[in-house]
Design a protein around this ligand. Structure first.
Ligand code: GSH
Length: 210
């Protein structure tokens, strides 16, 4: 059985929990409190020298880090991971966009405004950039979704899972989504997908069944 090292509040970890739930894959969840430095202990660093979650133990002693790499691993061979070359490149394009343009802005704003007490004051110098660049990313998504239901391959894929994680909490960290009707409609479509779980959901039944 897989072991997922995850922090419940982390959007990157949520992507993996979402994919596992959608695919109906049982797993053991190890909660790592990143705010208490649990991803930086010597023991954790032997598993992921980069000191971050999510981290999947895919086989005994075989660890995969980077949320989007984990998504590709888990979804391989399913409809969530497009195999057609151009569809696959589209999915990858949006997943790189997510890591480069969305997560560093909306993810950072979410972390500091929602999870860290006093974070707004501590990061006041960075907030303006995160907002500007986050809105820019939302604008790109809005344009794409104006004429499409999902990001790649004309269907729900891991590109949607990757982009959903931080977009669905953007309103909690000051982003006004009323300006992005196509993004809001897409958020609702993703939430209505079979097997969808919320960010605070934990696989209690699965872990209890071990
Ligand atoms: N690019 C990585 C980013 C992972 C990441 O930023 N993880 C954060 C939580 S969302 C973390 O573990 N932070 C704790 C730390 O860096 O010590 C991914 O997509 O998985």
């Amino acid at each position: 059985m897989y072991t997922l090292y995850s922090d419940q509040r982390s959007g990157n970890s949520y992507k993996v929990r979402l994919a596992l739930a959608r695919l109906g894959i049982p797993y053991r969840l190890e909660e790592i409190n990143i705010l208490q430095g649990e991803s930086r202990t010597p023991e954790f660093l032997t598993k992921n020298p980069n000191g971050q979650v999510p981290l999947l133990e895919a086989a005994p002693g075989r660890y995969i880090s980077e949320s989007n790499a984990i998504l590709w691993y888990l979804a391989g061979g399913t409809t969530l991971a497009p195999e057609d070359r151009i569809d696959r490149a589209d999915a990858l394009q949006w997943m790189f966009f997510e890591q480069h343009s969305l997560e560093p802005n909306i993810g950072a704003a979410y972390f500091w405004l929602c999870l860290i007490k006093g974070g707004r004051e501590l990061q006041s110098h960075a907030l303006e950039d995160w907002m500007e660049n986050g809105y820019r990313a939302l604008g790109v998504m809005e344009m794409h979704l104006a004429s499409r239901r999902f990001f790649a391959a004309d269907r729900f894929t891991i590109a949607d899972i990757a982009l959903y994680a931080y977009t669905h909490v953007a309103h909690r960290c000051d982003f006004d989504l009323t300006r992005f009707p196509a993004v809001r409609a897409w958020l609702a479509r993703v939430a209505a997908e079979p097997g969808h779980v919320a960010m605070d959901w934990q696989p209690e039944a699965l872990t209890a069944a071990e």
